[in-house]
Design a protein around this ligand. Structure first.
Ligand code: UDX
Length: 458
């Protein structure tokens, strides 16, 4: 069967995999291939046990795989055969040299650009899908065109706004799709090709276009604004705890102002995920580069408040549990950075677990999807850590439960049974404010939510 377009995606991660699965699902007339240098990852994409968990993902992958969706390690062949290449490789924060701890590490990007240049035999549209510092598309174009081999490359920026745990819903019905291009005749023509792909299932008014740098910057700014809301409400949670106010009541009253809006105002132990911190630090780096010190400091404050919130959580536990956690068993309910994902990148639970170990506590971790990742994250930590799938078993004998992830199951457990099995006095620190605090208090727990007064039997 011949296909209308051959689409390639380099990088089979949290963005590349689901995005390509959605294109293949919505556009049976296109052939979509996802390549990655990691054979194990590709083998997982070709199995029933996908490398990432996303509600609804396995169904669409299974339906399209082998029909018009393919996963492979043949990067060179994939480049040769495609007209459109999405690049979705990882861009972690640099750990070395200039900008270490802040700027994006672009080595995988650079390598991919050179690989595309080397193996291309025909004109291509390159779509930047990873979140990148502003002006990366330009750098990519320069690398690609430096071969001077008569092949034309048009680079577009098409940031992905999907959130983990709701990837399929977000891809199927996005708030917007943003496509940045150069404003030349060729740039606009390439842009229209990508608009046509998305038009297969997304309404025209939701597909917006801009210049390439606005597009790149928009992704950083969108994430910075979202994270800023969380840091704002988390900073107020600290005040509420001192002033006997209730952060949920405050958030409700504030969020009902339609200019503010009610979403992303849940106080928590802190935000995590692969994007927020990385993108803000990228933005901060960019501002510093342009000598905008005040702007850089302003956005850096969002990350600082997040670090403060995580440390505050530990110090509260320590203070409330009689200033010592040594030898106490503490159970973390959840390890993923949010519910409905097995992803633990930048999860506040990593910080909390490490700090508990520093305090010489014994840590028991339970999570319905993230235990494997938790083990990897903590493999170098010397201390007593155990991983237990069943939350009842995990919490038995513990002095405290700390809710790290807002998994729905934690709201549905039999807390009378849990209370009976725990050491006394028993504490619950609800880092997500998802439990019924009054009910837990009546059972006998000492309950400490975020941003509201604790309920204690002492
Ligand atoms: C985010 C952006 O939402 C998405 O648009 C972008 O493409 C990638 O980064 P993601 O990291 O998947 O997505 O998760 P998100 O739902 O934004 O949550 C980030 C963190 O903030 C999580 O740890 C979450 O638990 C926390 N959070 C979120 C809060 O603490 N309070 C809230 O009110 C909302």
């Amino acid at each position: 069967m011949s296909f209308e377009k051959n689409i390639l995606c380099i990088g089979a991660g949290y963005v590349g995999g689901p995005t390509m699965a959605m294109i293949a699902h919505k556009c049976p007339q296109y052939r979509v291939t996802v390549v990655d240098i990691d054979p194990e990852r590709i083998a997982q994409w070709n199995s029933d046990d996908l490398p990432i968990y996303e509600p609804g993902l396995v169904e669409i992958v299974k339906a399209a795989r082998g029909r018009n969706l393919f996963f492979s390690t043949e990067v060179e062949e994939g480049i040769k055969e495609s007209e459109i290449i999405f690049v979705s490789v990882n861009t972690p924060t640099k750990t070395f040299g200039a900008g270490a701890g802040m700027a994006a590490d672009l080595q995988y990007w650079d390598k991919t650009a050179r690989q595309i240049r080397k193996h291309s035999e025909s004109n291509k549209i390159i779509v930047e899908k990873s979140t990148l510092p502003v002006k990366t598309a330009q750098a990519m174009e320069r690398i690609l065109t430096s071969a001077d081999n008569g092949i034309r490359f048009d680079v577009l920026s098409n940031p992905e706004f999907l959130a983990e745990g709701t990837a399929i819903k977000d891809l199927e019905d996005p708030d917007r799709v943003l496509i940045g291009s150069t404003q030349t005749r060729e740039g606009l023509k390439a842009r229209d090709v990508l608009v046509e792909i998305y038009s297969n299932w997304i309404r025209a008014e939701r597909i917006i276009t801009s210049n390439i740098w606005s597009s790149e910057l928009s992704k950083l700014v969108a994430n910075a604004f979202l994270a800023q809301r969380i840091s704002s409400i988390n900073s107020i949670s600290a005040l509420c705890e001192k002033a006997d106010a209730d952060v949920e009541e405050v958030a409700r009253a504030v969020g009902m102002d339609s200019r503010v809006g009610s979403r992303f105002l849940s106080a928590s132990v802190g935000f995590g995920g692969s994007c927020f911190k990385k993108d803000i630090l990228n933005l901060v780096y960019l501002c510093r580069y342009y000598d905008l010190k005040e702007v850089a400091d302003y956005w850096e404050g969002v990350v600082k408040i997040n670090d403060y919130q995580k440390e505050r959580f530990i110090l509260n536990m320590l203070n409330i549990m009689f200033n010592t956690l040594a030898n106490k068993r503490i159970c973390l309910f959840g390890f993923a950075f949010k519910a409905d994902t097995g992803d633990t990148r930048e999860s506040p639970a990593i910080f909390v677990a490490k700090r508990l170990i520093e305090e010489k506590a014994k840590v028991v971790i339970t999570d319905p999807k993230a235990l494997k990742n938790a083990m990897k994250d903590l493999r170098d930590v010397a201390g007593e850590i155990s991983y237990v799938e069943d939350p009842y078993e995990a919490s038995a004998g513990c002095s405290a439960i700390a809710v790290m992830t807002e998994w729905k199951i934690y709201g549905d457990l039999d807390y009378k049974k849990i209370y009976r099995s725990m050491a006394k006095p028993a504490f619950i620190f609800d880092g997500r404010n998802i439990l019924d605090h009054e009910k837990l208090f009546k059972i006998g727990f000492n309950v400490f939510p975020i941003g509201k007064p604790g309920l204690t039997h002492f």
